[in-house]
Design a protein around this ligand. Sequence first.
Ligand code: NDP
Length: 312
Amino acid sequence: MASLRDNFKTKAGERLTIGVGSGTKWHILKRSRGEKTGDLVEPLVTTLVSAFEAGFNHVDTAEIYNTHAEVGEALRRAGYLADEKAREKVWVTDKYYPGGFPGHEPLTTGPIASIDVALKALGTTYLDLYLVHQPFFDPKTGTGLTLKDVWRELEQAVAEGKVRYIGLSNSAVPHIEEILSYATVKPAVNQIEFHPFLQEQSPGIVSFCAKHDILIEPYGPLSPLFRDDSGKLNDTLDKIGAKHGKNRAQVLLRYAVDQGFLPITTSSKAERFHEALEVETFQLSPEDVALISKEGAKHHFRGFFIEKFAPY
Ligand code: NDP
C-alpha cells in the first residue's frame, strides 16, 4: 500500500529506509555542547558506518546534538561523500535549534547561519531535510526570531538550494496551523515522539498531519523496551512477534511503519541495524496494530519535552 513515506526519495530516486539517529544516547557522549573542535567520538562514527553498511540510507542529526563532525566522517567513510552521485544516494536530516530552554541557547544568529555551519561540518553542499527542532522558543530571548522569521529562513534555504525539504519537530496542531497560514513552502515532516505508550504527542497531531500530507517521523519508537521499564507491552509484542519470527524491537518499528510513519532509531550494536531493517520484510495485520494500540493506550509514558506538553 502506498504511503506518504513513498513521496520521499534520496536525490538519486531511491526509497528511504527508516532513519538512523545520532542524538539521544549519542550526544551525551559528546564534547560540551556548542564546542566546535575536539576529537571525533569514534564509537558514534563506527556505529553510523555499520548502519550504512547494513543498508540504512537515511541519517538524522541536529545542531544541538553536536554530532555533525561524526555524521560527516561516517558519510565519508561509507563512501557517500566521494562525489555528487554518491551523495545523492543518502538522505541527511538536520535540525535548527532555536533555543527556549535555559542552558540550551541558540548556537547561531538563525537557520541560514546554522545551515552554513552544518554543511561545512558534514562535508556536503545540501541537506535533504531541515527541521525546526522545537517550536518552544520566545523571540524576546535568544536570536529574537519568531517562528515566522525562522520559517522564512528555511524557505530561503530551499530557494538557495541548500535544503531539499523543510519541516518541523515536536510541533502541535496550533504551531503547524500558524505555519500553514503563511508558508509558501509547506512543512513536509513533523518528527515527534511516538510509540504505543504515547500515540499522540499532542492532541490530534496524527490525524492533523495526515490531513495535511505531513509525514510523521517517530522518534523514541523503542521506548517501551527501555525508557519505560514497566514491561507492560512485552506479552503483546512477544505474541505478535512469534507469528512473524521477529523480536520486540522489530514489532515496535513495524507498528510505526504500518501506520505510514517513518521511524528513526539507533543502537550501539551493529547487528541491531540489520534487525531493524528487517522491518521492510514483514507486515503487521490491522488487527495486530489495533491490539498494540489498545494495550499501549492502557499505559502512558512520555520521555521528551515533558513540561512543554504538560498536562497532556
Ligand atoms: P529508539 O527509541 O529507537 O531507541 C534507541 C535505543 O533502543 C538504543 O539505545 C538501543 O540500545 C535500544 N535498542 C535498539 N534495538 C533494541 C532491541 N532490539 N532491544 C532493546 N533495545 C534496543 O530511538 P531514540 O529515541 O534513541 O532516538 C532515535 C533518534 O531519534 C535519535 O538518535 C535522534 O536522532 C532522534 N531524536 C529526535 C528527537 C527530537 O526532538 N526531534 C528527540 C529524540 C530523538 P543499544 O545501543 O543497547 O542497542
